[in-house]
Design a protein around this ligand. Sequence first.
Ligand code: NAD
Ligand code: UD1
Length: 337
Amino acid sequence: MKTKILITGGAGYIGSHTVINLLKAGYEPIIVDNYCNSEEWILDQLHTLTGEKIKNYKADCNDIEKLDTIFKNEQFGGVIHFAALKAVGTSVLEPLNYYKNNIGSLLSIIELMAKHSVPNLVFSSSCTVYGEADYLPVNEQHPIKTAESPYGCTKQMCEQIINDCLKSNKLNSAVTLRYFNPVGAHPSGLIGELPLGTPNNLVPFITQTAAGIRSELTIFGNDYNTKDGTCVRDYIHVVDLAEAHVKALDYLGDNKPSVSLNIGTGRGSTVLETVKAFENVNNLKLNYKIGAKREGDIEQIYAETSLSEKTLNWKTKHSLEDAMRDAWNWQKYLGTK
Ligand code: NAD
Ligand code: UD1
């Protein structure tokens, strides 16, 4: 019998890609999502892509009674907890919502995992926990800095909660994945990131500019201390990121110790390099200008990945160009809907 894995936030950007990889690896993903930042037609896309009807429940992870029934019915072998609000700017304006949603949902999940003896948790964290790094590439031993936003703070607090619950045996085992910058889309162009309103993140802004939805991209600053003056990030293709979740479940299935891991490529790319990669691989010109720095932006960050590669027996396979091609395919597909 296949191991059932609860995928909270499974209709979202990273969750939907992970569902595909889990099916391929022989797991049975079961989605719980309240669709506060996703749309239900993504489930039809998953059906088209995999030929499988993915079992799913419309539920809020803070609704512990509803979740309790789902846990009782399904007997999960593990949980991947993606469900969270993720807009940094909004978290500054609506901190209570962010704390309630992101912390509350993790508390419900851990409580129910304990009650129903579900052993393994994979948690979505972020490189934001490191803040402005003291050294690069940043490794997992790097100190956790004061969070720069309520969103970042929820990730730090969730990591702390997981560690405390592991120590007290309220949680059996967990892998915390600290994602760097997820970009790209499924190569089919049938699923990808669905930003609501004006995107804050670079790649959706690039693709929407290329599609004519935005008139131009503003590059936030070009006098940083980097090779071309623009900020450096570690952009990881979402399909590589999805695979890391499968490997994390495999790892926990082998009863290995709980761990926090960086999930990136280990390579830093500047904003200008990213724009150029988009232009080159898609053979088009992007309308962009250099503007003021964005408040709170970090100059550069990229991952030390040796621990995650060794621990999970995993490595990224896709290039920045692959991600830019796939992100554009997805944007073009959205234009046909
Ligand atoms: P997303 O918004 O596309 O997906 C999150 C999903 O969770 C959505 O479908 C949303 O409807 C659902 N959701 C949110 N709160 C819920 C709740 N209380 N109950 C049920 N469903 C709920 O986001 P994503 O990019 O796929 O991110 C997934 C996870 O990865 C999040 O925890 C996010 O903080 C983390 N993360 C994302 C990034 C990124 O850049 N995308 C980077 C680092 C970490
Ligand atoms: C954001 C979040 C961070 C989260 C990360 C991954 C903020 C302040 N931080 O960071 O918490 O972990 O995403 O999801 O939002 N850029 C432009 N023009 C644009 C948009 C972005 O030049 O229109 C630049 C930014 O200055 C940055 C780079 O592109 O240098 C990437 O930006 P973005 O996609 O927002 O990600 P992060 O800044 O890494």
